[in-house]
Design a protein around this ligand. Structure first.
Ligand SMILES: Nc1ncnc2c1ncn2[C@@H]1O[C@H](COP(=O)(O)OP(=O)(O)OP(=O)(O)O)[C@@H](O)[C@H]1O
Ligand SMILES: [Mg+2]
Length: 222
């Protein structure tokens, strides 16, 4: 398997008025193509910060980071978009759907933002993949929480990504809907070979991933 993410002494600092926060504190790791990785740790341990820098949403403060064959260590935020566009898809805890667009339109818009021409047929195939072909014309407010998150996953698929990053994707869902989302991510990983990196508090969920990175105070503890 190919290494698609390589981090050496990776760090991210936040400078506030009186203090410096080491949100990610000099960590080394590699992620292989096709992995299903869980990033775990208590609140404030650096999971979101790590996912944001792996996803090229945020720049790093120190060390070295290679993503999809490119050294992004010194790239400013405005250049990072060129690395992630059309290659990395995102799913967030709060779904982040556009309330005035239907499920189908949200999926097409997600593809468009990534430079893809997502036809209605293609968008429907992504909705079908997440089991929501029957909800294409629904607005987000006409969908349940679990359905909203499945639309968000279909929107991420419209990016046609190599890496899917999911930050607490089940954080707002009950246990039945959480398991359905995890089952879907497992299927996308196993059947389509999509690399999935997921942050979660839920050890039951983490244990279903192929590997766990545990963070504490920005450091890897296991
Ligand atoms: N933009 C920011 N500016 C300053 N400090 C920040 C910023 N974002 C995060 N931090 C700090 O960095 C540390 C790590 O935060 P992060 O959001 O990565 O944690 P987390 O593991 O995702 O937590 P949670 O489980 O609550 O989502 C925390 O101490 C947080 O207060
Ligand atoms: Mg977080």
């Amino acid at each position: 398997m190919a290494t698609i993410i390589k981090a050496e002494k990776l760090s991210k600092l936040y400078k506030l008025a009186a203090e410096i926060i080491h949100a990610v504190d000099g960590i080394d790791f590699e992620i292989q193509s096709g992995e299903f990785l869980a990033v775990m740790g208590p609140s404030g341990s650096g999971k979101t910060t790590l996912l944001d820098i792996i996803g090229c949403l945020d720049s790093i403060s120190g060390g070295r980071l290679e993503i999809l064959g490119k050294d992004v260590s010194r790239l400013p935020e405005r250049k990072l978009v060129n690395i992630r566009r059309g290659r990395i898809g995102f799913v967030f805890q709060d779904f982040s759907l556009i309330p005035t667009l239907t499920a189908m339109e949200n999926v097409r818009y997600g593809g468009w933002l990534a430079g893809r021409n997502t036809s209605p047929d293609k968008a429907m195939s992504y909705l079908d993949k997440v089991g929501l072909a029957g909800r294409a014309a629904h607005l987000p407010r006409q969908l349940s929480g679990g359905e909203k998150q499945r639309v968000a996953i279909a929107r991420a698929l419209a990016v046609e990504p190599e890496i899917l990053i999911a930050d607490e994707p089940t954080g707002h869902l009950d246990s039945v809907n959480s398991q359905a989302i995890v089952d879907l991510l497992i299927k996308l990983n196993a059947k389509d070979g999509l690399t999935v990196i997921l942050a979660t508090h839920d050890i039951g969920l983490g244990n279903q991933c192929s590997r766990i990175i545990s963070l504490r105070d920005g450091k890897i503890v296991a």
